[in-house]
Design a binder for this molecule. Structure first.
Ligand code: SF4
Length: 277
């Protein structure tokens, strides 16, 4: 099985000759992206994160953005690109519900590297309407309510982050959960129409921890208190010994429903996983 995948089919044209031309242009664009994806997969034979980031920048033309939640993986990637001064943007989704410790590592990162992390906040009217509909912690009422909160606080801002981008770097690792087991090094994301790159796809948590300590990268102190995967405060808890790495995220939901929408295609497929066929 190839570990390179076209994640989802481009949306179908609506009608007419214009749509045919659009579909042809889309197909050509997709083919170009897939070539880049294949090259990146080849370059990712090295486990060296610095080299992987440099390869991403060298192979992709246009704006590249790392979305960071300041977890260990994002911090490792941020270090690898900032220390090389690569022209790759870093953006974070400031949902308004983050832990104080997350803001602390955000500030520490800006101090350490002398940079600013671009913050994308949710639409004020959208948040106000959300709070009116479901209350301040209404995300726990149902999966639908939680996804509605994620849609307002995360997915809508992400659209602005990725608008006009050529590539999107994430900190996902294949061994974080069963759902991520088939993670590709890179893939064409038809939903956002860009190349999605996962430079830590084959790293373990231990490798990531080792990298962060070796390079004295600022990290979220919640990691030392049993929080392995850190998202919004109302939706993240510390783990008990032996629990899976992402068990503390939306812990009241069943495993297969634990998606915030950032990595879900319009057809409901997880856009980070390679085919298991
Ligand atoms: S993780 Fe929780 S608080 Fe954050 S956007 Fe999703 S539902 Fe809302």
């Amino acid at each position: 099985m190839s570990n390179v995948e076209h994640l989802a089919a481009p949306s179908a044209p609506i009608s007419g000759a214009t749509d045919d031309a659009d579909a042809e242009a889309e197909a050509a664009e997709t083919a170009t992206h897939l070539k880049v994806v294949q090259r990146l997969a080849d370059e990712f034979r090295t486990p060296d994160l610095f080299e992987r980031l440099a390869a991403i920048r060298a192979r992709i033309t246009g704006r590249i953005v790392l979305t960071s939640s300041f977890g260990l993986e994002d911090q490792a990637i941020a270090h690898a690109l900032l220390s090389q001064k690569l022209a790759i943007d870093i953006a974070t989704l400031d949902t308004g519900r983050l832990f104080p410790e997350t803001y602390e590592v955000w500030a520490a990162t800006e101090r350490r590297y002398g940079t600013r992390i671009a913050a994308f906040a949710p639409d004020r009217a959208g948040v106000e309407a959300l709070l009116t509909r479901q209350g301040v912690d209404g995300m726990r009422a149902s999966v639908a309510a939680r996804r509605e909160c994620c849609a307002v606080r995360k997915v809508a801002p992400l659209q602005r982050v990725l608008a006009g981008g050529a590539a999107w770097i994430t900190g996902m690792r294949a061994d974080q959960s069963a759902d991520r087991a088939g993670l590709s090094p890179a893939a064409f994301d038809a939903q956002w129409r860009l190349i999605k790159v996962n430079p830590l796809f084959d790293w373990t948590r231990e490798q990531t921890v080792e990298f962060v300590h070796a390079h004295q990268v600022p990290y979220n102190k919640l990691h030392d208190r049993g929080f392995l995967s850190i998202g919004c405060a109302p939706c993240t808890r510390a783990l008990q010994p032996g629990e899976p790495e992402r068990a503390g995220r939306w812990w009241w939901e069943q495993e297969e429903k634990k998606e915030c929408g950032l990595h879900i295609a319009a057809d409901g497929r997880v856009t980070r996983a390679a085919s298991r066929a």
